[in-house]
Design a protein around this ligand. Structure first.
Ligand SMILES: NC(=O)c1ccc[n+]([C@@H]2O[C@H](COP(=O)([O-])OP(=O)(O)OC[C@H]3O[C@@H](n4cnc5c(N)ncnc54)[C@H](OP(=O)(O)O)[C@@H]3O)[C@@H](O)[C@H]2O)c1
Length: 343
């Protein structure tokens, strides 16, 4: 299979290469793209790949079977169609196509059946929404969901390389009295702080991240009327988003029944009533669920603590899993592209 990754100099693009190295995806050639060509190379499966400039022509003429996008909304909007015209399935980490009607938003452990043979564009959902849906899907399958409320504690790497660099610069400045270089993607200092704003606010006072969590959670779970409320917060953690989640179920259940559901849920590490912290989850593909408990005597209201490395399961790993699902179903390659274009 001929594969390309657009955005290899970024946090998610680099992680896609690393995740692909750990999984048995049959790749015959890999091309690495960024906004411009570089003299440096990136490593993949023992080879040094040149970094190429991503252009519509390169992505069309590359005739790839699969193209991963880990760049920007604008780049995905410009380069997806040429990639599809060249015969590729596009697996896109940007927000560009997530809420487009008829485009599936797939979290393979949650809604693998959303995939159709006519689909060629597969957005990867917002990282916070992926971690959240992984955490609530076992509850939904057990007792249905009436509402989901979440407060998040989001890592700086969620804002890409610029987020990691801003925290590092502020740490250096505080400890070594080094002057801060570069601009921060955050609206306030992040070192020794928490910032209750991720994205810009709308007229209702909701942030961009909060709107994505609400809309995408409903779409992934296939529950368009589900009540979802979110407050998203940036914290000075390098990797892995944590989420305090409050659910109301449709039917009565209890902690024992929900615990059994979490123990057998794919992609979940269940810690019962114990704790887990983002430092322990950094670099992990699975989502961790901890502190499961009922609200008092309630058989319908429960709380849990969910942690997932948003660069892995919240982005790169979910993207690679989508490719694996498509390969398993025979939906990559020339013939699949022709069938999809004809349908
Ligand atoms: N970070 C996360 O945890 C996370 C999680 C889920 C989804 N996402 C999404 O994943 C995407 C990448 O995020 P990131 O955090 O990895 O960002 P990042 O660290 O800032 O990296 C961005 C990458 O995109 C490339 N790029 C920018 N504009 C481009 C263009 N016009 N054409 C080709 N490449 C271009 C950059 O290349 P240059 O170096 O040449 O500029 C760089 O390789 C974004 O859409 C983001 O919303 C991120």
């Amino acid at each position: 299979m001929k594969v390309a990754v657009v955005g290899v100099t970024g946090v998610v693009g680099e992680t896609i290469l690393r995740v692909l190295e750990t999984r048995p995806v049959a790749i015959t050639s890999m091309d690495a793209f960024a906004s411009r060509a570089r003299t440096e190379t990136v490593a993949f499966r023992g080879r040094d790949l040149p970094i190429l400039a991503a252009t519509p022509q390169a992505l069309r003429e590359g005739a790839y079977d699969a193209v991963f996008f880990a760049s920007s909304d604008d780049a995905s909007a410009e380069l997806t169609q040429p990639s599809v015209e060249g015969g590729a399935v596009v697996i896109d980490n940007s927000a560009t196509f997530r809420m487009t009607p008829g485009v599936p938003l797939v979290v393979p452990e949650v809604n693998p059946d959303a995939v159709r043979s006519s689909h060629r564009i597969f957005p990867v959902a917002n990282c916070t929404a992926i971690v959240l849906t992984m955490g609530v899907a076992p509850i939904e399958r057990t007792a249905g969901l009436r509402s989901v409320r979440v407060a998040t504690y989001q890592a700086v790497s969620g804002a890409g390389r610029a987020g990691l660099e801003a925290l590092a610069a502020e740490e250096l400045s505080a400890f070594d009295d080094v002057e801060i270089e570069g601009t921060s993607p955050f609206v306030a200092p992040i070192f020794r702080n928490v910032i209750p704003q991720v994205g810009s606010f709308d007229a209702n006072g909701d942030s961009g991240e909060e709107r994505k969590v609400v809309e995408e959670t409903r779409k992934i779970l296939g529950l368009s009327d589900l009540h979802v409320a979110a407050t998203t917060v940036r914290v000075p953690v390098r990797f892995a988003h944590s989420e305090a989640v409050f659910v109301e179920t449709e039917r009565e259940t209890d902690v024992a029944e929900l615990s059994r559901a979490f123990e057998k849920a794919p992609g979940i590490v269940f810690h019962g009533s114990d704790i887990v912290t983002p430092r322990e989850v950094e670099g992990e593909d699975r989502v961790h669920v901890a502190r499961l408990r009922a609200e008092g005597e309630s058989r319908r209201h429960f709380q849990l603590w969910v942690v997932g490395d948003q660069t892995r399961k919240g982005a790169a790993t979910n993207a690679v899993q989508i490719l694996e699902l498509l390969v398993e179903r025979g939906l990559t390659g020339r013939r699949a592209a022709l069938r999809a274009h004809a349908s």
